[in-house]
Design a protein around this ligand. Structure first.
Ligand code: SAM
Ligand code: DTB
Ligand code: SF4
Length: 344
């Protein structure tokens, strides 16, 4: 079923078998198909630059097995209070001066408290006034909080499903996959764009990667942004320590590129973000990801707590590959989207 059979390239009825068959394609066939889909809907030589800032670090009561910020992790990350609004805006101004188009603010919370909302709202308004798109990732939201963020003008909310529904309970026990979907529904209902993806390389199976993409690609509205993170193995976290003990469990680069390509084919209009893990990736692998349809990255030296590739390395890579930072809105995608794919 097509969302709008006459005009929309978007399908929401992908089966797991179809997605598994895409993963099974010969590698060059898969990348070729993904590149064609990419070119049909996006300016293929442009990559969106986003900057991340941890506005409240560490001390998180959730037990996500990959995360340095969980109280359960022995990662040495110090817990901080919510940053001052002015300090956040200063950091945003720097990101804008470095060419970033979206400023993503992350807090190590299970959910925001209502008393935090005035500062969060001031951050959203302040960053928007600088002419950047805003994204927040604060954990679970109530309907009221989602409405408050929408009123403040928040452009995107990041809330990852992280892995397949089957694997979820092995990675996180303090919340359910269903609760994750509930927050995504509230964000969507409030009229905020959805950013949702996950992590590859947590020792999951191919079937889990199929289930992960399937869960996203069968949403009634595909997330506008789909971050695909490669696990950053952080010492003191359950998954980081597991990978240190069994290095062969690290995701194979080709399998990572396959996941990006399948996300691109099944969610043709979405921005696919090559997210965490670039620092440990060769430029050749990153190039394959761009060829396979990744069209967004995080810039700067730091993600939330982990190192990122850094602006100088990225500028050099862009020059070598002839890539350009994406300017403003995504026109091809916007035109196609208005043709029906994202109709309410
Ligand atoms: N606490 C909020 C939440 O969980 O939604 C927001 C912040 S959380 C750090 C945002 C996302 O970062 C996670 O859902 C996960 O996908 C990603 N992430 C966290 N640690 C990671 C790691 N070590 N490697 C790769 N991705 C990671
Ligand atoms: C997402 O999918 N990746 C970003 C963002 N959303 C918030 C976070 C990556 C975190 C990587 C590990 C760290 O910095 O601690
Ligand atoms: Fe907390 Fe988010 Fe880290 Fe999970 S991923 S421990 S919810 S900060």
């Amino acid at each position: 079923m097509f969302a709008n059979a006459s005009t929309s390239p978007v399908r929401n009825d992908w089966t797991r078998d179809e997605i598994a068959a895409l993963f099974d394609l010969p590698f060059t066939e898969l990348v070729f198909e993904a590149a064609q889909v990419h070119r049909a809907h996006h300016r293929a030589g442009e990559v969106q630059l986003c900057t991340l800032l941890s506005i409240k670090t560490g001390g998180c009561p959730e037990d996500c097995g990959y995360c340095s910020q969980s109280v359960k992790a022995d990662s040495g990350v110090e817990a901080t209070k919510l940053m001052d609004v002015q300090a956040v805006l200063q950091s945003a101004a720097q990101a804008r001066d470095n060419g970033s188009k979206r400023f993503c603010m992350g807090a190590a919370w299970r959910n925001p408290k209502d008393r935090d909302m005035p500062a969060i709202i001031a951050m959203v308004k302040g960053v928007r006034e600088m002419g950047m798109e805003t994204c927040m990732t604060l954990g679970m939201l109530t309907e009221g909080q989602a409405a408050q963020l929408a009123d403040a003008g928040l452009d995107y909310y990041n809330h990852n499903i992280d892995t397949s529904p089957e694997r979820y309970g092995e990675v996180i026990t303090t919340r359910t996959f269903g609760e994750r979907l509930d927050t995504l529904d509230r964000v969507r209902a409030a009229g905020i764009n959805v950013c949702s993806g996950g992590i590859v390389g947590m020792g999951e199976t191919r079937a889990d990667r199929v289930g992960f993409v399937h869960a996203l690609a069968t949403m009634a509205h595909h997330p506008e942004s789909v971050p695909v993170n490669a696990l950053v193995p952080i010492k003191g976290t359950v998954l980081g320590d597991m990978l240190a003990d069994t290095p062969l469990a690290r995701i194979d680069d080709i399998e990572f590129v396959r996941t990006v390509a399948v996300a691109r084919i099944t969610m043709p209009l979405s921005m696919v973000r090559l997210s965490a893990g670039r620092e440990a990736m060769s430029e050749a692998t990153q190039s394959l990801c761009f060829l396979a349809g990744a069209n967004s990255i995080f810039t700067g030296d730091k993600l939330l707590t982990a190192a990122n590739a850094g602006d100088d390395a990225d500028a050099a890579m862009f020059a070598r590959l002839g890539l350009k930072p994406m300017e403003g809105e995504e026109p091809l995608r916007a035109a196609k989207t208005c043709a029906g794919a994202c109709a309410a």
